[in-house]
Design a protein around this ligand. Sequence first.
Ligand SMILES: Cc1ncc(COP(=O)(O)O)c(C=O)c1O
Length: 363
Amino acid sequence: MKFENLVRPTVRQIKEYVPGKSIEEIAKKYALDPKKIIKLGSNENPLGASPFAVAAIQENAGKVNIYPPFDTTILKQAISGYIGYPACNIVVSGSGMDGILDTVMRLFISPGSETLIPVPTFSYYEIATLASGGKPVFLKRDGNFDIDAAAILDKVTGNTKMILLCSPNNPSGNTLREEQARKIIESVNAIVFIDEAYVEFSQNSLSGLVKEYDNLVVGRTFSKVFGLAGMRMGYAIAPEWICREYMKVMTPFSMDVLSCEAGIAALNDSEHLAKTIETVEKGRVLLTDGLSPLCKVYPSEANFILIDVSPKKASDVSELLLKQGIIVRDCTSFREAGESLIRITVGTGEQNRRVIEAMGSVL
Ligand SMILES: Cc1ncc(COP(=O)(O)O)c(C=O)c1O
């Protein structure tokens, strides 16, 4: 088409984001009853959202004709109570942490800028970089998916503007060690973004480091432990100077009225939070013990586990599970993940037992 060459060159390189499969899609494809399908491919909360969050959405439905508060102070105050940082160190996004990443990239990435991405990891870092006109530079994690600060620093050039580190990492579930993080943050003239989407399922948050470093941003989400993936809410903890710049370029009013209320209610429901964490911790052990005799299971600090089904192919095994109504994530589309890795979200006790049983027949 005549106008296609107007699209920015780096955008033309983008391969579309591959989302986890939906229940509707699988029910249709395999003629299955949607009620019997279990969705363990997108790391959602198996207990759903906090009932208080659902009630808040219903109660505030009549307010959607009015713009939400511009400064989202009440939501930031609620987040502040949860994370222990003042509101001036918090920014929020109404498009999930993906939206946070987009806006942070708008601040620091321009044509010629490089981002450093240890892979396999969450694929949106690559897309967000290219969409901002930058160049993603990849380096492979080691056999346990760990990263070594020296290997990262080796790849830093004068054009490196951001380093994207995921902890716990998606899809491997391992965390970044503090001394490695410090080495990287202290040695670069670039912004380090630590993605803590799954941090509540781990004992290892690095968010305390934001107090110490002016070049660290920690991304968080309401999609996982808070069970609000459908509301698309993200936030970040960052030095005050970055928050000020962020506010200049973010889309105004991006956090909608209902999300704001749902988020505050979810933050106040410590019981649901604790129950979710307990369910995931127990389920992770059950899945790991149940699947270990069948295949390699990587240790995880997230609400999912990664397994290696070699010599079988992840695509074949996932397909057989789909036919049984179990949606898992074939990781073949993750850069440098190879062809035998599958990520499975920790579900309810019953769902986890179904996975173990199905895997027994498939492997
Ligand atoms: C590591 C990681 N970061 C960020 C996100 C995006 O989160 P959100 O739903 O807040 O956009 C995900 C989603 O699965 C993820 O796995």
